[in-house]
Ligand binder design. Sequence first.
Ligand code: NAD
Length: 480
Amino acid sequence: MVKDLAVPTQAYLGGQWYAAPRTFPVRSPYSGEVLAEVADCGEAEARLAADTAVEAFRTWRKLTGFERGRILRRWNDLLIAHQEPLGRLTALEMGKPITEAKGEVLYAASFVEWCAEEAPRIGGELIHPRFSHKRQMAVYEPVGPVYAVTPWNFPTSMITRKAAPALAAGCTVIVKPAEQAPLCALYLAKLWEEAGGPPGTLQVLPAADPVPVSRVLMEDPRIRKITFTGSTPVGKLLYRQAADTLKRISLELGGNAPFILFEDADIEKAVQFTLLSKYRNTGQTCITTNRIYVHRRLEADYAQALAEAVSRLKVGDPLDPSTQIGPLVEEQGLQKVVAHVEDALAKGAQVATGGRPLGGLFYAPTVLTGIKPGMRILEEETFGPVAPLMPFEDEEEVIAWANNTEYGLAAYIWTRDLGRAFRVAEALEYGIVGVNDPVPSAMGANLPFGGYKSSGLGREGGRWGVEEFLETKLISIALP
Ligand code: NAD
């Protein structure tokens, strides 16, 4: 099936398709079959990629923003033209239901489109001088060659959200995609080549083990920036490693999003909200609702309506357009979901629907009630199709519960009371707050995306995402 999609399986190094001496298998989480054997890069390939990225940076940075923008524009057009095969590839390699997978391709392209337009606008500022004989300006320059490490759950958009602003700024980029889903990354490289992206500007190094590639690039002082999306422990590790060469760093890490349902909520709309915010991508998004605080007055009706709707979600083959819930990406992810549900049940929670594995890597879409503090499901990112419901009565108390976590990526509230909407949104210690909005970052190439606390550093999207790849240089001219 992957053969029909004409996906490269070699690494993309220095503008060449490079057959590494070793390969590793990429498996379908749905069927377990090996989809492809992909180049397995290590230290040697990382060194070659670093040399090439440094060399290519010399010329890429000198192009005008208009020239870089034109190549990005062609990349965007190609991405959109290849929505179907890229969507299928996403469904095949990481199990995202095809309708959502095709949506992700448009989301991925939207960053490229935005950055194609931003490229010519990256200029600088004239500064009003303190001394009348001086002329002073702030000039924005590309930070240098960039190392980008990306996760499997959004295998195209997490790459374009980094690569597009970096390339627009004049940086060259080495991508190390997640080992579970490297094929989308290689497909993106193929389209970059077709768009006329010069050799060495974008390189893709798949690896079964991320450590050897990472070690070389993190130790190389010529790589000036690391941008990472993934789990918080790996993000912290890269933060420490970046210190030795003082690389600039952006981190998009894990979350533990609360959804607070106030007593003025409309149950039917709240259920639709929950389906989108909790069960999209089978619960495997960083901003997915992880815990639901429902006002005690609504608890019984909402739990019943949600359980009914969730029990109707269609579980199945990610390539079937009617599928709403696919498999989890791997056994480790499934075991985490199983462990969170078992822990909650052992401590007194009840199953309103689901609550069991369905064979293979499938887990039944689940609603749990009777959730109490001290359960793992409230404290850790579950990353699966399980909604735990806990009642509350008091606004201040629920805000304190919502903030009582090391994470701070996304939080959601539902209310019709404008005063409360602002009060609570401002009190939540999160980088993204959705008020009656289950998808606050949808098609959000123009929006700042990122977390507080252990959810990350820096922002992606909009002008904020481009600024992450720029240095600011002061040029001061004293008139003779
Ligand atoms: P992960 O941290 O295991 O892996 C992410 C990437 O890091 C992969 O490419 C992996 O190969 C690499 N990696 C792993 N160990 C490494 C090491 N020691 N050195 C260098 N690289 C290493 O995360 P995951 O399971 O792929 O992704 C899921 C996590 O990502 C969740 O926590 C999710 O919330 C988070 N995420 C965050 C965002 C965001 O924007 N904040 C978006 C998507 C996913």
